[in-house]
Structure formats: C-alpha cells, structure tokens
Ligand binder design. Structure first.
Ligand code: ACO
Length: 310
C-alpha cells in the first residue's frame, strides 16, 4: 500500500422530501407545543414522506455532479441507513441501478453513526486501491414513527446527504475513532413492523459521554487540539446534546454546524446534510479542520477529523 495514498471529499450533495411538518402542526394532534419542542430540542420543523432509496439517489447524484463524476467512475457505493424499503436488497442496490454505478454496492446499518462509519471505511478502501467511493447517509424514519407518542414523534424526520471520496496523495482523514456498546441496544430500537422505541433521557446521557470520549480519541489520533477545530459537524439529534458536547470538548458552540431546526433528526442523513449545507454556503474553506461526530442506536458512535481540501 502507498503510505501517501489517501482520500479527500471531492463532492457533496443532499436531499429532503418536499412535505414539511411544523411543530405547530404536530401540536394539533399531540399534547405538546412549538415552544416546548424548540426549547428542548432546537427543532422547528421536519421533512416527511420521503423514500430512503430515492433521497439517497438524489443526494448521491448531486454529490457526483459536484465532483464532476458519473456512476461509471464509482468503484463502490455505501448507503448508511436503517430504513431501506426492502429487507433485501438494500437501498444501495436501487442507487446502484439509478446512478448506473460501475462498482460494488452495499448498505451499512449503524443507525445515526452510519455515515461517519461509512466515511472511515471508504477512506480505508481507497487506501487499499479504489479510486472513487460514494458514501451516502439516508433515512426515512417517518414511516417508523408512532405519531401518537410525543416523546419520539417530535424528533425524527426524513433526509439524505452524500459525499464522493476520491483518491489523492495528501490524506484528509487525519484521525478517527469508532465504538459501540451493544448492551445498551434496548434504549433505542425498532422491531420489524413496529415503531421507534426510545428512552430519551438515557440516550441523551450516553450520547454526550460517547461523543466526548470518541471525538477526544479521534482528535488525539489526528494530533490536533479542540481549539484547532474549525467546524464541528455533529449528528443532529438535539441542540442541547450538541451544546453539552461542545462544552465538554472545549469547542465554541458557534463552530457547530446545525441544520436540526429545519430537518429534525434524520438519523444517518444528518451528518452529511449538515456537511453539505456548510460546503454549499461557503462556510467550509480549504484548510479548515472538521470534526464529524455520529452517535445513535446500538449504541454506536464514530468520529472523524478531516482536513478540507480544495
Ligand atoms: N411535549 C411536551 N412535554 C413533553 C414532551 C413533548 N413532546 N415530551 C416529554 N414531555 C414531558 C415529559 O412527560 C416530562 O414531564 P414530567 O416532568 O411531568 O414527567 C417532561 O416533559 C420532561 O421529560 P424528559 O423526558 O425529561 O424531557 P427531556 O428534556 O429529556 O427531553 C427528549 C426529551 C427531547 C426526548 C430528550 O431526552 C432527547 O433529546 N433525548 C435524546 C434523544 C435522541 O437523541 N434520540 C436519537 C438518537 S440518534 C438515533 O440513533 C436515531
């Protein structure tokens, strides 16, 4: 293996379904309020009615366009998701056909950390010899939401984001960390033909600790200090979780890229949605140091320190 061979992000894209569900609309049928949801979660609205495979395809196509590539250039597509429309094949099979991808295709289920897992695995595949890998995070959780349960219905939405990782000789993934605690799988789960079940307080508590330790390990591996991070791109589960993580890591909350007000928690879609938003509006510039942090059901978590390249 070439020690200088690495991967950079050469294009990003995202997709949200058209249908928007506001907090006020939710409060018409649930014992809740716009003020409570905003204050306790940071969410103002979410997009619903999406299809995991369609959103993945749309986000993937936009990332390919941004990279100046087509499906024929792609050696592998990874779709991080927990909500593929069929048990088999995975959503990646649909994306593979729609985008006419030449290489391999598979899904990755690590819930809300899935995209960051995918990014790290794509980097390894490129170091091992592939040239271009399309990594997509896409989830449509609205069909799996119990719309009569105010503790979960207020949180989730549908959305997707994507990046193309391309080989280069100046690696941009400087450090990473992955982890899981399968003994905590009962605090957030969905059975076949059922809806999302969650112990919100316990998820909150474990998420803050997991991200604090994992992001710290990724920064140590990269040899960077928290004050050097230009942008934190966190999983968008709850603004208060992100504020707490920032405080514990010693990262200014202004550095956290947030899309949660518009999207709610889109599971595997959330980190790439936030990443694409900050690339698209010009916030992220060459040389910036990004800290990507995912956590979710499993429990699982993954963190990555990335130097943004032109
Ligand atoms: N509207 C109004 N009141 C509510 C609502 C609501 N939607 N939900 C709960 N309450 C009430 C509760 O009944 C409780 O009332 P009580 O004090 O009379 O008993 C009170 O508000 C406080 O309840 P808590 O559960 O303590 O509220 P908390 O501040 O913890 O917020 C929340 C709940 C938003 C769910 C929070 O715990 C959270 O965000 N947890 C993390 C969830 C998460 O991140 N999940 C996804 C992980 S990623 C993945 O893998 C998909």
């Amino acid at each position: 293996m070439n020690p200088l061979r690495g991967a950079r992000i050469s294009g990003t894209g995202s997709d949200l379904p058209d249908k928007i569900l506001s907090n006020a609309e939710l409060a018409e049928t649930l014992d809740t309020s716009d003020a409570w949801i905003r204050e306790r979660t940071g969410i103002e609205r979410r997009h619903v009615g999406g299809s995991t495979a369609t959103m993945a395809t749309n986000a993937g196509r936009r990332a390919l366009d941004a990279a100046g590539l087509t499906g024929v250039d792609i050696d592998l597509v990874i779709v991080a998701t927990t909500s593929a429309e069929q048990m088999m094949p995975g959503a990646a099979a649909v994306v593979h056909a729609e985008l006419e991808i030449r290489g391999g295709a598979h899904d990755l289920n690590a819930a809300c950390s899935g995209f960051v897992y995918g990014l790290i695995e794509a980097d390894s595949m490129i170091v091992a010899g592939l040239d271009h890998v399309l990594v997509i995070g896409s989830d449509a959780l609205s069909p799996w939401t119990d719309w009569t349960d105010r503790s979960t219905a207020i949180l989730f939405g549908d959305g997707a984001g994507a990046v193309v990782m391309s080989a280069c000789d100046e690696p941009s993934l400087l450090g990473w960390d992955i982890g899981a605690d399968g003994t905590a799988r009962h605090i957030l789960f969905t059975d076949h033909n059922d809806t999302i079940k969650m112990d919100g307080r316990e998820v909150f508590r474990k998420a803050v600790r997991a991200v604090m330790e994992s992001a710290g390990a990724a920064m140590d591996n990269a040899g960077v200090e928290p004050e050097e991070i230009t942008w934190l791109i966190p999983h968008q589960a709850n603004t208060r979780i992100v504020d707490s993580i920032c405080e514990k890591l010693g990262i200014d909350t202004d550095k956290a890229v947030m899309v949660i007000a518009e999207t709610g928690n889109t599971s595997a879609g959330s980190v790439p949605l936030a990443l694409h938003a900050a690339v698209d509006d010009g916030r992220i510039k060459p040389g910036d140091l990004l800290l990507l942090a995912g956590f979710g059901s499993g429990m699982s978590w993954a963190s990555a320190v990335v130097r943004w390249q032109e």
